[in-house]
Design a protein around this ligand. Structure first.
Ligand code: AMP
Ligand code: MG
Length: 494
C-alpha cells in the first residue's frame, strides 16, 4: 500500500485527536499565534519518514508555516493541555503556557505520536509568560533529545525548529523559534495532579483509562485500572532514570509536570551531561540546593511517583486506608526496581555477562575512584574496552587511582567464559564514546544563533546520532572539555 498516493492524507498527515474525547476541563481549544517570518532552521527527515510525513509533498515554505503554527495541517484540532505540578516541591497550577498540541499523528505502522508546537504563543495557561521560546534553547532541545534517542533512551523527539523572524525579550533580546516536539504523549504526573485537584472522580478515572489505552494497550487493566497504571509508571520511571544515570545525564528540572507517564524523557530545559564524575553534579542555575543533582534523581523520581499515587487515591479503591496501602506498596517498589536496572546496566558497562554478588561493589569502587581522580565518566568507561583486549590503560584509567581497581576487574573478568573480544564487544555496546558534551553543544549553538552558521550543529548532530562508534569524525567529540571551559551553568524556561 502506498501512503504517498493517499488523497485523504495530504503530505502524509493522518491525525486523530483522542485527547479531545476526554472531559473538557482537561484542555482548552486554542490556536497557535502566527509569527512574522517562519523559516525552517532544522528539519528531521528520518523522523518525518517515521511519522509517515512526505517532506517532498509540500514546499519548504509550507512546512515552515505549519511548523510555526501559521497554518494548521489537515485534521489538526489544536489544544493547550491543562496540568498542575510540584515545582521544586511546591504545588502549582500550570498547563501548556507556550505549547499547543496539534493532534496525534498515526504513523504508517499504527503508532500514535503527539505533535506539539513549543513556543507557539500565549494560551489560557500562560500566566505572565509571552508563550514564546528563543532559538538557542529550542536548538539545544533538538540536539539533546536526538542524542538521547540515539543512546537508546526513551525520549520525546524533535521534528523541526523554525525561526519566527520575531524577537523574544529575555535578559536580552533573542531570536524567537518554535520547536516541533514529537512524543508518545504529553500526559504528565502533573496532569493527574490537576485532575485530582478538580475533585471529580469521573474525570480522574477517564484520564486513567485514556492513559492506559495509550501507553499500556497490552495489559489487561483488570479490576483496578488505577493500580495497573501506577505500577506501570513506577516500572517505567525506574528503567528510565537508571538509563539516565548510566550515561551521566542530569535532567535538571524533575518537577512532576516534567515527568511523563509514557516513560519518555521530557522537557529539555536545564539538562546536561556530566563530564567529571560527581554525584553532586548540578548544572541548573536555579537549583540552588541540588534537589535535582545527578545522584538525587532516583529518590526524586520516587518522590514524584508518590505525588502520582496521591492523585490516584480516589481511583484506587473506595476506602481511603486501602487506597493508601495500595499506593504505598506500588511506590515502595521503585527502589528495588531501580536498583535492578542500575545494577544490570553497570554490569554491562563493566563487560560482565553473568552476575556475582560482588559486582555492584566493584562498580561502586570504580565510581569512587573516578570521583577521587576527577575522572571523566564517559571517557573512563569508554576506555575499558581497550584494556579488556589487552591494551595498556589509557586516558583517565592510566592514573594511580585506578591501578588496584583494574587488577580486581581483570580478575573478575576471568570468572566468565567469554573471550576478551566478546567482553570488548559488550563494553563497546554498553559505553558510548560520544555524548553531547556541553562545550560542543555551546559551540554549535553559538555558530547557529550568532553567525547563522548551521554547519557546526549539523556535524554535531551527525556525531551524536552514532554514539557508540569510534570514528575519525568523532575524535574531538569524545574528549572532555579543557580546563578553560570552566563550570557549566544552564538556565530554565528560556
Ligand atoms: P518548564 O519550566 O518548561 O517545565 O515550564 C513550566 C511552566 O511554565 C509550564 O506551564 C510552561 O508552559 C510555562 N512557561 C514556560 N515558559 C513560558 C513562556 N515563555 N510563556 C508562557 N508560559 C511559559
Ligand atoms: Mg515543563
Amino acid at each position: 500500500m502506498s501512503v504517498k498516493s493517499d488523497k485523504n492524507r495530504p503530505a502524509g498527515w493522518n491525525f486523530d485527536n483522542s485527547y479531545l474525547r476526554l472531559p473538557e476541563v482537561l484542555y482548552s481549544r486554542v490556536r497557535p499565534v502566527p509569527v512574522a517570518r517562519p523559516a525552517t532552521a532544522v528539519f528531521n527527515l528520518p523522523l518525518a519518514e517515521r511519522l509517515g510525513l512526505e517532506p517532498g509533498a509540500m514546499a519548504d515554505e509550507e512546512w515552515a508555516e505549519i511548523f510555526a503554527g501559521n497554518r494548521l495541517p489537515p485534521g489538526a484540532e489544536s489544544i493547550a493541555q491543562a496540568y498542575a505540578g510540584h515545582q521544586f516541591g511546591n504545588f502549582t497550577n500550570l498547563g501548556d503556557g507556550r505549547a499547543i498540541l496539534l493532534g496525534e499523528q498515526i504513523a504508517p505502522d499504527g503508532t500514535r505520536f503527539d505533535i506539539q508546537l513549543k513556543g507557539s504563543g500565549v494560551t489560557p495557561y500562560s500566566r505572565r509568560g509571552d508563550g514564546r521560546a528563543a532559538l538557542g534553547p529550542m536548538l539545544r532541545e533538538y540536539i539533546i533529545s536526538e542524542a538521547m534517542h540515539a543512546l537508546g533512551i526513551p525520549t520525546t523527539r524533535s521534528l523541526a525548529v523554525v525561526a519566527t523572524g520575531e524577537v523574544v525579550s529575555r535578559e536580552r533580546a533573542l531570536p524567537g523559534a518554535v520547536l516541533v516536539r514529537v512524543a508518545a504523549s504529553h500526559i504528565r504526573v502533573g496532569t493527574f495532579e490537576y485532575a485530582a485537584a478538580l475533585g471529580d472522580r469521573e474525570t480522574l478515572i477517564a484520564l486513567v483509562r485514556h492513559t492506559l489505552r495509550r501507553h499500556c494497550p497490552e495489559v489487561d487493566s483488570g479490576e483496578n485500572p488505577a493500580l495497573v497504571l501506577l505500577v506501570a509508571a513506577v516500572a517505567r520511571q525506574a528503567s528510565l532514570v537508571a538509563k539516565w544515570m548510566l550515561v551521566g545525564f542530569v535532567h535538571g528540572v524533575m518537577n512532576t509536570d516534567n515527568m511523563a507517564l509514557s516513560g519518555e524523557t521530557i522537557d529539555y530545559g536545564p539538562c546536561a551531561f556530566m563530564d567529571a564524575y560527581d554525584e553532586a553534579t548540578v548544572f541548573s542555575s536555579i537549583d540552588r540546593y541540588g534537589r535535582y543533582a545527578y545522584g538525587n534523581q532516583p529518590p526524586i523520581a520516587q518522590w514524584n511517583l508518590a505525588r502520582l499515587a496521591e492523585s490516584l487515591l480516589p481511583a484506587l479503591s473506595g476506602e481511603r486506608a486501602r487506597s493508601a496501602a495500595l499506593a504505598e506498596d506500588a511506590v515502595g517498589g521503585f527502589a528495588d526496581e531501580f536498583r535492578r536496572h542500575w545494577e544490570s546496566g553497570l554490569r554491562a558497562k563493566l563487560g560482565l555477562f553473568n552476575g556475582e554478588p560482588e559486582d555492584f561493589a566493584l562498580a561502586l569502587e570504580l565510581l569512587a575512584a573516578m570521583r577521587e581522580a576527577g575522572a571523566d565518566f564517559t571517557a573512563t568507561f569508554a576506555s575499558l574496552a581497550g584494556v579488556a583486549e589487552g591494551g595498556v590503560p589509557a586516558g583517565a584509567l592510566a592514573g594511580d587511582a585506578f591501578r588496584a581497581w583494574l587488577g580486581r576487574w581483570k580478575a573478575r573478568l576471568g570468572h566468565q567464559p567469554q573471550s576478551p573480544k566478546e567482553v570488548a564487544a559488550l563494553l563497546r555496546k554498553s559505553n558510548p564514546v560520544v555524548i553531547p558534551r556541553n562545550h560542543k553543544v555551546e559551540e554549535a549553538l553559538e555558530a547557529a544563533v550568532e553567525q547563522g552558521d548551521y554547519s557546526v550543529m549539523r556535524r554535531l548532530l551527525r556525531v551524536v546520532s552514532e554514539p557508540f562508534a569510534e570514528t575519525a569524525e568523532n575524535l574531538h567529540y569524545r574528549l572532555p572539555p579543557g580546563p578553560g571551559f570552566g563550570v557549566y551553568r544552564t538556565f530554565c524556561g528560556t
